[in-house]
Design a protein around this ligand. Structure first.
Ligand code: SGN
Ligand code: CA
Length: 533
């Protein structure tokens, strides 16, 4: 292994220590042979389409891109279950949902699961977590945590800490970063390696940007995705019955930020009349909000009488993207603050930095927002990793990797043997250019949260680099097959096309083998259906 190949010279790092003694600067000896630090940055619902390292159409994210420019960009990274808390449970345990038990956002995370932070803490790592966890219980294996309760709020959010709950004034993305930097600056022993989980709430629904970006982003216009008006012609009933359409299911009030008064005045029927996404703004913040969003209401009142379904869809799409991308502008600024700190403190060379999302997201593709499906935009997740001296800068990697792989990756980075029952693969060989040992040819997916919000039916499937097969079950029994190379937008379900008959047989067989390999089964599917409440 070439992990600890640096020379034996000692670097002297200037560090500011102690909260009360902010001005005392102490010279600290840091061994360059120290095990690498790990910073895991994860946002919530951040689509790869909204990171310029992947796609420059919608937004420029220079700071997130820095991670890929100085490291590796994964173009075929996916999640095993495209929803928040289950994804986080997979990341922490290195086990699929059906094994760790956290199949949906509703069930409790079973804290008897062994997580990689617990193992790293025992192995001498300092551990900290800041931001969104969404488990309903506190994380184990952390020296310090400050986490949002549930989904958390964008403005003046409450945090759960080891010393009790506290409300912090300001904007959640800035605050999560302040807490992270504060820990790195003041409460970390510089002589020990650390593992830090820096977890943004943004860009989760209801997409409230920071005041800094109200004006700029509400004036932008974005190109329409090719499949905005998808009619789901070749698909089965699951896509047709899902409730995540921009036209029908996106709320004009909570999501598009019209006031209840505007909607009432126009006599539009809305299921969400409260506008509660704005309830935590204080009077001063609300006044700044209204100064920008008020005129949007007035403009809409003028346009609405001449709108049809198609022009209303486009208007809602533009409003959606303005706010969604506005929240990402702040994530990018704040990621820059953390990367700058690592550079300034000469920590960057011995720190592996990962940027990812808990899953992908639809930005109007197939007419949708939200996630949950195994279709491309929500199955694929952004993944950018930098690790100076180990990863050659600027590499793009197209191997199929998953959020399932992080636990074993971080354990290997730390030089700790992973428990045998973890189900992922360490990414270290891919990161260090040792690709020959990588032999994964399919990844497994299983989504459970149904019946529930957005009405996405239960399904499981596998993806190879060439094809994706999906089985929707429970109240249906439907199969879909996509030719990933010839139909990357996944608009043609070819399960019944005779040309693909052999592929279907092969993929069904491979799916059964994969289910067996990961210890998933029909029996377990039914167990989870029966225990669902
Ligand atoms: C909330 C959102 C949903 C979203 C889930 C899960 N509705 O319930 O749109 O799918 O969270 O998201 S909202 O009206 O409350 O915004 S997840 O990222 O936590 O899985
Ligand atoms: Ca999420």
């Amino acid at each position: 292994m070439k992990l600890f190949k640096l020379g034996s010279l000692f670097i002297y790092t200037l560090l500011t220590v102690g909260c009360q003694n902010k001005n005392i600067v102490k010279k600290v000896e840091q061994s360059p042979t120290q095990r690498p630090n790990i910073i895991f940055i994860m946002s919530d619902d951040h689509a790869y389409q909204a990171i310029s390292a992947y796609d420059k159409t919608l937004i420029n994210t220079p700071n997130i891109d820095r991670i890929a420019n100085e490291g590796m960009l994964f173009t075929n990274a996916s999640v095993t279950n495209s929803i928040c808390a289950p994804s986080r449970a997979v990341i922490l345990t290195g086990k699929h949902s059906h094994i760790n038990g956290k199949i949906d956002n509703l069930s409790h995370f079973d804290t008897t699961n062994v997580t990689f932070p617990q193992i790293l803490q025992k192995a001498g790592y300092q551990t900290a977590m800041f931001g969104k966890l969404h488990f309903g219980n506190n994380p184990k294996g952390f020296d310090e945590f400050k986490i949002l309760p549930g989904q958390g709020d964008y403005y003046n959010p409450k945090f759960i800490t080891q010393k009790g709950d506290t409300i912090i004034d300001g904007y959640v993305t800035d605050i999560t970063t302040d807490l992270t930097l504060d820990w790195m600056k003041h409460r970390r022993d510089p002589n020990k390696p650390f593992m830090l989980m820096y977890l943004h709430k943004a860009p989760h629904r209801a997409w409230l940007p920071s005041e800094k970006y109200y004006k700029e982003y509400t004036q932008k216009t974005f190109p329409l995705p090719e499949t905005l008006f998808d009619d789901y012609k070749t698909r089965g009933s699951a896509a047709k019955s899902a409730e995540m359409g921009i036209l029908k299911h996106m709320s004009l009030i909570n999501d598009n930020k019209l006031t209840p008064a505007t909607v009432k005045e126009l006599n539009i029927e809305q299921w969400s009349q409260l506008g509660e996404s704005l309830y935590t703004l204080n009077a001063e913040q609300r006044a700044k909000w209204d100064a920008v969003y008020g005129p949007i209401n007035e403009d809409f009142k003028k346009r609405y009488p001449t709108m049809n379904d198609s022009t209303l869809t486009v208007w809602k799409y533009q409003r959606y993207l303005q706010d969604y991308l506005g929240t990402i502008a702040s994530v990018d600024d704040n990621v820059g603050r953390v990367l700058d700190y690592l550079d300034e403190e000469q920590l960057a060379d011995n720190t592996i930095v990962v940027y990812t999302s808990d899953q992908g997201f639809y930005l109007g593709e197939h007419g949708w927002f939200d996630k949950r499906f195994m279709y491309n935009e929500s199955f694929k997740t952004p993944l950018l990793i930098k690790w100076p001296n180990q990863i050659k800068p600027g590499i793009t990697e197209d191997e199929m990797v998953q959020n399932l792989d992080f636990a074993q990756t971080f354990l290997e980075v730390a030089g700790v043997t992973a428990p045998e029952d973890m189900q992922g693969e360490s990414l270290v060989p891919l990161l260090t250019g040792n690709k020959a040992v990588w032999d994964r040819d399919a990844v497994y997916y299983h989504y459970y949260e149904y019946p529930a919000e957005h009405a996405v039916k239960r399904h499981y499937g596998i993806a190879t680099k060439d094809y994706k097969i999906i089985h929707f079950y429970h109240d249906v029994n439907e199969w879909e097959l996509y030719d990933r190379l010839n139909d990357p937008k996944e608009v043609n379900n070819v399960i019944n096309d005779p040309k693909y008959a052999q592929v279907v047989t092969r993929m069904k067989q491979k799916l059964q083998e994969t289910r067996k390999k990961y210890k998933d089964s029909e029996e377990l599917d039914w167990k989870y259906i029966e225990s669902y409440n």
